[in-house]
Design a protein around this ligand. Structure first.
Ligand code: AHR
Length: 492
C-alpha cells in the first residue's frame, strides 16, 4: 500500500493550459505528409490539413502550436511561403536532410491549421539569418488591421482580416543553430529585434526570448540581466536521451535494454532540477516573476528508425515514452507558478510524437494517450499532493516508484495523475482527499511492457483502459495500478 494524499486546502497556481502545447517544424514528415497533404491529396483533408490528424489533436485539446522551427526558423524567410503556390520559392532544408522545401505550407496554411485544431499559434521568428525589417514586417503582415504595405499584401493573398497572434519567439537556439551567439550578443540582438515586433490595434504580442540549452545557467543569467525587462518569457530546451546526457549517445526507440529504461527515466526526472534552477536565476533578476519560463522543446530523442532518413528524426514511441511524458507533465504542473508554456517535440512523425502517419494510415502513440489522460489539468488549479514511495531501478539507477500531480477545476472536480515506474510491481494506492470522501471516482489506466508500442498493423496495442478494479472504503479510494503504467483518477 502507498498513501497518496491530496490537500484541497493548499492550492497552488493555475496550470496554464499551454503547458500541454506542441511543436511543429519543417522537419522530416512533421508538416508535409504528417499535418499537411495539400488540397489535391487522396488522403481526406480540409484545405490541405489531414482530417484524421486534426480530429485526433482536437480530442486532446491542443492549446498552442509552435512553428516553423526549431533550427528551421532561423533559416526561414516568411515571404517565400506566401502568395500563389506556383510562385513560392523552392529552397534546400539544410538542417534537416537537405531535402527540397517548396514552401507550400506557409503563414496562411499554419494559421488555417491552428484554426482547425482550435489552438493558438506560436510563431518563431528568424534572428540567425533574417533581418530586423523582415521580422517586423512578418508581424505587421499577420496582425495589422489598416492600410500598410504588409496588410495590403496579406489581403492580396486572400486574407482580409488580420489574425490574432499572441506568442512570438525572437530566434531559436541562438546559442547553436540559430547563429552560435554568445549570451551577451544574443541579448542585445533580442533588445533590437524585439523593439520592432509591434503591437497593432488590440493585438498584444508576448515576446519570447531564446533561453538556455539544458543547464547553461550562464545563458539564463546574462540574457535576463541584459534583456529580461524587454521579454515576457524565456525558453528552455531539454531533450531526454536514453543513456547518458551526451548529445550523441543515443539508443533505439524500441528493443532497448532494461538499463536504458531506468537511465531514460532518470534523465527525464532531471527536468525538475533544470526548471527550478533556471526559475531561481530568473527570479533574481525579476523578483515579481513577470517573466515566465517556457519549455518549448522537450521530449525523448533516440536513434532514428532503421532505414529512415537520419535527418528526419523519425522514431517509434513506447510505454517508456508514456512514462517520460507523465513525469514531465507532472513536473510542469508542479511548477505552474513559473512555467507558463511547454511544447513537446514534435507533434507528428518527429521525435516524441503524439501521432505517427504512414501514407493514409495514422496511429496514436502511448504519449498521445498520456496527453489525453492529463487534459483536464489544463487551466485547473494545482493542489498540493504527496505520495509514499520506495525505490525501484537497478544496481546503477534508483528512482522513486511513483510520481504524481493533482489539480482541481472550476467545478470542483479533482484530477490526480500517477506514474508507476516499476517494471515488475503493481502498487496499491490509498488515495485520501479530504472533502471528497463521497465523490464519484473514475479511473483510467495506460499500461504495457516498457517496450509496448502501436504499429500501423496493430494500432491499439497500447490504449487507455477504463479501470473498474478499485473500491471506496471510509472515504478512501483504494486502487491497484499496474507496473509500468500511467493512471488518471477523477473525483467528481
Ligand atoms: O526538434 C529538433 C531540433 O532540436 C530543433 O530544430 C532544434 O531547435 C533542437 O535542437
Amino acid at each position: 500500500m502507498a498513501k497518496l494524499i491530496v490537500n484541497t486546502e493548499r492550492k497552488g497556481a493555475k496550470i496554464n493550459r499551454n503547458l500541454y502545447g506542441h511543436f511543429s517544424e519543417h522537419l522530416g514528415r512533421c508538416i508535409y505528409n504528417g499535418l499537411f497533404v495539400g488540397k489535391d491529396s487522396p488522403i481526406p483533408n480540409v484545405n490541405g490539413m489531414r482530417t484524421d490528424v486534426v480530429e485526433a489533436l482536437r480530442h486532446i485539446r491542443v492549446p498552442v502550436l509552435r512553428w516553423p522551427g526549431g533550427c528551421f526558423a532561423d533559416e526561414y524567410h516568411w515571404k517565400d511561403g506566401v502568395g500563389p503556390q506556383e510562385t513560392r520559392k523552392r529552397m534546400v532544408n539544410t538542417n534537416w536532410g537537405g531535402v527540397v522545401e517548396d514552401n507550400s505550407f506557409g503563414t496562411h496554411e499554419f494559421m488555417e491549421l491552428c484554426r482547425q485544431i482550435g489552438c493558438e499559434p506560436y510563431v518563431n521568428g528568424n534572428v540567425g539569418s533574417g533581418t530586423v525589417q523582415e521580422m517586423s514586417e512578418w508581424v505587421e503582415y499577420m496582425t495589422f488591421d489598416g492600410v500598410s504595405p504588409m496588410a495590403e499584401a496579406r489581403k492580396r493573398n486572400g486574407r482580409e482580416e488580420p489574425w490574432k497572434l499572441t506568442y512570438f519567439g525572437v530566434g531559436n537556439e541562438n546559442w547553436g543553430c540559430g547563429g552560435n551567439m554568445r549570451p551577451e550578443f544574443y541579448a542585445d540582438q533580442f533588445r533590437r529585434y524585439a523593439t520592432y515586433v509591434r503591437n497593432y490595434g488590440d493585438n498584444k504580442i508576448f515576446k519570447i526570448a531564446c533561453g538556455p540549452n539544458v543547464d547553461d545557467y550562464e545563458w539564463t543569467d546574462k540574457v535576463m540581466a541584459i534583456a529580461g525587462k524587454y521579454a515576457d518569457a524565456i525558453s528552455l530546451h531539454y531533450y531526454t536521451r536514453p543513456r547518458s546526457l551526451a548529445w550523441d549517445d543515443k539508443g533505439p526507440a524500441t528493443g532497448f535494454e532494461e538499463a536504458e529504461y531506468w537511465t531514460t527515466l532518470r534523465n527525464a526526472l532531471w527536468m525538475n532540477e533544470l526548471v527550478e534552477n533556471h526559475l531561481a536565476i530568473m527570479r533574481r533578476h525579476d523578483p515579481e516573476g513577470r517573466v515566465g519560463l517556457i519549455v518549448d522543446e522537450w521530449g525523448t530523442w533516440y536513434d532514428v528508425e532503421p532505414g529512415t532518413n537520419p535527418g528526419f528524426l523519425y522514431q517509434q514511441n513506447t510505454m517508456r515514452d508514456a512514462l517520460v511524458a507523465a513525469i514531465t507533465l507532472n513536473i510542469f504542473n508542479r511548477h505552474a507558478d513559473g512555467v507558463i508554456m511547454a511544447n513537446i517535440a514534435q507533434i507528428v512523425n518527429v521525435l516524441q510524437s503524439v501521432i505517427l502517419t504512414e501514407g493514409e494510415k495514422m496511429l496514436l502513440t502511448p504519449t498521445y494517450h498520456v496527453f489525453d489522460l492529463y487534459k483536464d489539468h489544463q487551466n485547473a488549479t494545482l493542489l498540493d499532493s504527496w505520495v509514499e514511495t520506495r525505490n525501484v531501478g537497478d544496481d546503477k539507477v534508483q528512482l522513486p516508484n511513483l510520481h504524481q500531480s493533482a489539480s482541481v477545476d472550476e467545478n470542483g472536480r479533482i484530477l490526480v495523475t500517477v506514474a508507476n515506474l516499476s517494471l515488475t510491481d503493481a502498487e496499491t494506492l490509498e488515495l485520501r482527499v479530504p472533502g471528497k470522501e463521497q465523490a464519484k471516482a473514475t479511473v483510467r489506466v495506460l499500461t504495457g511492457s516498457m517496450d509496448a508500442h502501436n504499429t500501423f498493423d496493430a494500432p491499439e496495442t497500447v490504449d487507455i483502459a477504463d479501470w473498474t478494479d478499485f473500491r471506496q472504503e471510509n472515504g478512501i479510494l483504494i486502487v491497484t495500478v499496474p507496473a509500468c503504467s500511467v493512471t488518471a483518477i477523477t473525483l467528481d
